[in-house]
Design a protein around this ligand. Sequence first.
Ligand SMILES: Nc1nc2c(c(=O)[nH]1)N[C@H]1C(S)=C(S)[C@@H](COP(=O)(O)OP(=O)(O)OC[C@H]3O[C@@H](n4cnc5c(=O)[nH]c(N)nc54)[C@H](O)[C@@H]3O)O[C@H]1N2
Ligand SMILES: Nc1nc2c(c(=O)[nH]1)N[C@H]1C(S)=C(S)[C@@H](COP(=O)(O)OP(=O)(O)OC[C@H]3O[C@@H](n4cnc5c(=O)[nH]c(N)nc54)[C@H](O)[C@@H]3O)O[C@H]1N2
Ligand SMILES: [Mo]
Length: 915
Amino acid sequence: MTHFTLDGRPVAAAPGETIWTVAAREGLEIPHLCHLPRPGYRPDGNCRACLVEVEGERVLAASCIRTPVPGMVVHSASARATRARRMVFELLLADMPAGPEARDSDGAFARWVRQSGVTTSRFVPEDARPASDMSHPAMAVQLDACIQCGLCERACREVQHNDVIGLARRGMGVTVSFDLLDPMGASSCVGCGECVQACPTGALLPRTVLDDAGRRAAPPQREVPSVCPYCGVGCQVGFRLRDGRLEEVVGRNGPANQGRLCVKGRFGFDYLGHPDRLTRPLLRIEGAAKDPADCLDPRRARAKFREASWEEAMDRAAAGLLRIRDSIGPQALAGFGSAKGSNEEAYLFQKLVRTGFGTNNVDHCTRLCHAASVTALLEGIGSGAVTAPFTAAAEADLLLVIGARPTENHPVAATFLKEATTRGAKLVVMDPRGTGLDRFAEEVVRFLPGQDVALLNAILYVVVTEELFDRQFVAARVDGLDALRAHLAGYAPEVMEPICGVPAAQIRHVARLYAGAGAALTLWGMGISQSIHGTDNTRALIALALLCGQVGRPGTGLHPLRGQNNVQGASDAGLIPMMFPDYHRTQDPASRAFLEELWGAPLDPTPGLTVVEIMQAAERGVIRGMYVMGENPAMSDPDVAHARAALARLDHLLVQDLFLTETAALADIVLPASAWPEKNGTVTNTNRQVQLGRAALQPPGEARQDLAIIVDLAQRLGLDWDYAHPREVFAEMTQAMPSLANITWERLEREGSVTYPCGGPDAPGLEIVFGDAFPTPTGRARLVPAGLSNPAELPDAAFPFVLTTGRELEHWHTGTMTRRALVLDRLEPGPTVSLNPAELQRLGATPGERLRVETRRGGVELRARADPGLPEGMAFIPFAYREAAANLLTNPQLDPEGKIPGFKYCAARVMRMAG
Ligand SMILES: Nc1nc2c(c(=O)[nH]1)N[C@H]1C(S)=C(S)[C@@H](COP(=O)(O)OP(=O)(O)OC[C@H]3O[C@@H](n4cnc5c(=O)[nH]c(N)nc54)[C@H](O)[C@@H]3O)O[C@H]1N2
Ligand SMILES: Nc1nc2c(c(=O)[nH]1)N[C@H]1C(S)=C(S)[C@@H](COP(=O)(O)OP(=O)(O)OC[C@H]3O[C@@H](n4cnc5c(=O)[nH]c(N)nc54)[C@H](O)[C@@H]3O)O[C@H]1N2
Ligand SMILES: [Mo]
């Protein structure tokens, strides 16, 4: 500690701490503009608004960058310091002839100027008034209010690592520019809005706060702390309201985001107030046929429903379920719960299906997502959740990212990965397709789609034969080395090279890099999991981490990047057909007895059917009634023509959603529900952080809280439920789920976020788990050999392309929310098929031209896009677009163990349209 004197009091600074930071801790407010005291922002000391006087020094010091020395005497409010700071404000005001509040009356600059008492400037204003740039749909650039503090540049380059904004020299002054060319809308900006959040003057503002004069006239009236409803990163947000309207979303300092957001989390909320929101229950009109074609035409679909009262709708909903349950049997019913809702909703949903319907036929989108990863993780290490948060990247020497594109799908997590590389960590990216992380990578391994096992086994071969593995770790904690070693004999890199398409030398190099890293963090996504050999892919990846001892220490770990905002929580809460809450198998008598006691109802030991199995059973007429909450299987299931036919065949389909989705178009009853910003509840992110969301808005019209709908339905099915608030449900969950020990609703209200597992009511949760033992019966992990197998369907003469499907930054899955968000829709307005430019040329097609893509299951028409990141012979289609639904094309064949379809691989042909 460095002891010094600040405004007459003795104070101490930790190593590296600046005078400004010590002052702030002491409750002394020193003005600051170019300094933003938030994680990731380095102090720059350029604006001089924070000048202080140091005794014995002639020149005033910028307190945000000055570190004290022992015995130093500092005056933060001396006459000299105050005078100098007023001068700084006067000078800066000369840059803003229209006054400090011209753009943002609530900005840091306006507030500090008010506090400084400076009202006029003696300096001549600059006469050049840069024109406003409104080219970006979400952000206004009005550089007449720019004071060149450089915060936007640091926000873009050093916090989000997007490298779009630069301070360019222009004529007399310095100016903000985007990719060195105005306007913002034409640049490579990804719309994260970090710059807007950092700007102290209003030179950069979200367009939603602007009045007619292009300014933010007043601060928001209220900010409600919550969590972002999009991806599994779990960014903490503040919903800022004016006159009951959501005006702006800001990033709060949560453990997973440290104030950062992405384009969806900041600008993707107009879906809440979209005219398409369901506001009254809908009942299918007597005799109106269920026609899968209605999925394509919301108006036609809507015409087949009439509005009804809640009483009538719920009455019918329950009657239909009871009829099937009591006449055909519980096994003819099934439920799809939601990973977009809260933990409490997920828990009650599965409890309703198990105790009210009387079946374990309950599942959710995890089956289409990390099901294979979880299967292999449970088998190998006894737990399906991540062993380390992605923020462990800060301590890692090496990051392995395989089959994931975090810059698009987990953009805020990506900022932490990029940050690690700027600190010197090595990044290895393995993917058949180029990704946004490649430019940060030490090694980019492009391999043939579907050949993960070949590649990973070859890497394992090198680790084993070159004896690169962590002998001690394996001896102490891992079983199965000998069997794995024997299994790997046939997988030399030279043998695998032609199969996976990666030069043997690169395979050897990567193996040595990974095994030789002091601490390696392993992250993966759908490229590994969404495959008919997804479980095997994951087994090989887990084996690599285990062999090299890259689990359980700081900077190491296995991290399947979880997708939906609450897919971790929904899985933990038991929205899984073969498992009760906390992954207790339905067949396990002790778990069943415990829950039967807690729930006061008999439970079925038979594991239920999974998502795709339920659809197949519905198509065969075996499943007759379904309750679907917050999922859109008519778009998200593979081979969706069959899924739609299956849904249409049901006697009784109950859909609870925000919109009349493609799935709802085939329903008997549609229940209007609450969106995330309208509810109180907890969610669990990819890092195992349980976080509290708070309601900022009311559901529109007669739309009801999801939780209330589930409870109402349960009561009508004869269950004596009386939960009045989600906190009561959470309390019951903590009884049913030991994983939630020491986490209470009250604690979440206080702390916002607690990681599980957590050792005490005041202890922080454990970020890195399994440092001593794995949660398996023996405490040891297991290496499970994975064998080679071919994709379900190989390209041939008729279908020569490999079609892969996935996502884009701006859209969320089936598009229900993001296609109703103005900014996101403008950024990505329609369906495209991406191909390598050479491939386009071969087809004689140009970008923008309409192409037809066909597989053995169906065809869609969409516009061509050139993407040099795609290998030749591969086509990519995002699955967000109803009018060209990617899942009309995909293959429903499943991984035998994870029961996940191979969304990433099927054979296709691409054609130019006639004329
Ligand atoms: N913007 C946006 N973000 C999202 C979502 C969204 O809809 N939109 N959805 C969320 C959800 S639920 C999820 S699960 C995550 C998914 O996030 P990611 O896991 O990043 O998912 P994808 O983009 O579908 O696919 C990942 C990668 O797999 C690669 N791949 C294709 N074939 C293979 C293969 O054979 N082997 C390997 N190793 N890789 C292959 C693709 O090239 C792609 O780069 O994103 C979440 N975040
Ligand atoms: N071809 C292809 N298909 C895929 C994938 C792929 O990569 N390629 N990925 C798969 C993966 S990983 C996933 S996770 C699935 C996702 O599949 P889904 O979960 O079916 O997709 P979403 O569009 O997220 O559907 C969520 C639904 O919930 C509604 N909703 C949102 N919030 C709420 C709420 O609070 N309450 C209620 N009641 N409803 C709400 C939305 O309007 C939307 O209709 O898709 C899978 N399908
Ligand atoms: Mo997912």
